[in-house]
Design a protein around this ligand. Structure first.
Ligand code: PMP
Length: 304
């Protein structure tokens, strides 16, 4: 489904008018940075809640900074534009918002400097991303994750997603729902577009931000909830491949993937389907993003 509108060159326009030329730098060289934010419809309150927009836009501006961009807007400006856009779309259902910053000059020449920066935002209705999100079967990708000294993995840089696309397509074509990708040193980094968590002996493990992961907002949310609400100890440390085979529970986190439970890795069962801790985190997360938990209402930004 296409959006009806987009924020483009400083104003909200019909989607059909939000167009760039084929010589656009970002289209040719992958010099863009983007974000992905969900807005959840709360039926009882008849309200649409953006989830943690300030954190998402902070990362968006940081990703654009890595590309030497100056968008000339604040986190508050971006949040307000998104609210205006969602009101203009006017849909009362779960939405996905895509901010995209890009090198907008139409010219030949690989570089980051001396180029015009622009950004656009659009939104579409969005539900489930991973089909089997209560019992996913995943594998280890034969690809390696881009290293921080190649392309910054901590930034959401458009060109980097070629790496993710290879990982995802190979996994899909081999019949898996997703794949984990290793760093050059053999430690787990993440999935194609989601962070990795495993539970072993009652403790939660996830790779640190120095292991070429995207610094996920859902990841940060889960770490906070696991400690504060479930009293679980969280370790951010490098994880070996065979530790994953011995996990009691595995789940993947992301704005699109939400909390995806993993039931099998490389044909090896993990627990008996969705584990108890994963189940608790999933339920809590689903309530929090819809604004149903008072303590975390500061993460919910109303649209209407
Ligand atoms: N890793 C990658 C590579 C991603 O693209 C995403 C999705 N943005 C994530 C992790 C999860 O990040 P977040 O929870 O902020 O959506």
């Amino acid at each position: 489904m296409l959006p009806n509108f987009a924020y483009f060159e400083g104003k909200i326009v019909p989607y059909s008018q939000a167009k760039v030329g084929v010589a656009t730098h970002a289209f040719n060289y992958g010099t863009g940075a983007f974000g992905g934010i969900r807005a959840y419809w709360n039926e009882d309150e008849e309200q649409l809640f953006l989830f943690r927009p300030a954190d998402h836009f902070k990362r968006f501006l940081n990703s654009s900074r890595l590309l030497l961009m100056d968008l000339g807007v604040t986190i508050e400006d971006l949040t307000q534009i998104t609210i205006d856009l969602l009101r203009t779309e006017g849909l009362k259902q779960n939405m996905y918002v895509r901010p995209l910053a890009y090198k907008a000059d139409e010219l030949i020449g690989v570089r980051l400097h001396d180029l015009r920066d622009a950004f656009t935002i659009f939104a579409i209705p969005f539900e489930q991303y991973i089909k089997h999100d209560t019992n996913a079967h995943i594998t280890f990708s034969s690809w390696r994750r881009v290293d921080d000294n190649m392309i910054p993995a901590r930034g959401k840089i458009t060109g980097t997603y070629i790496n993710s696309a290879f990982i995802k397509t190979d996994a899909s074509k081999a019949g898996f729902d997703e794949a984990l990708v290793l760093n050059a040193d053999g430690h787990i980094s993440e999935g194609s577009a989601m962070n990795f968590f495993m539970i072993r002996d009652g403790e939660l493990l996830t790779p640190p931000i120095t292991d070429n992961i995207l610094e996920g907002i859902t990841r940060r949310t889960v770490i906070e909830l696991a400690e504060a609400e479930l009293g679980i100890k969280v370790h951010e440390r490098s994880i070996d491949r065979t530790e994953v085979y011995l996990a009691d529970e595995i789940f993947l986190t992301g704005t699109a993937a939400q909390i995806t439970a993993v039931g099998m890795i490389d044909h090896r069962p993990i627990g008996n389907g969705m584990g108890p801790i994963t189940g608790q985190i999933r339920t809590l997360f689903a309530d929090i993003v819809r604004g149903k938990v008072k303590k975390y209402r500061h993460w919910n930004h109303p649209v209407f």
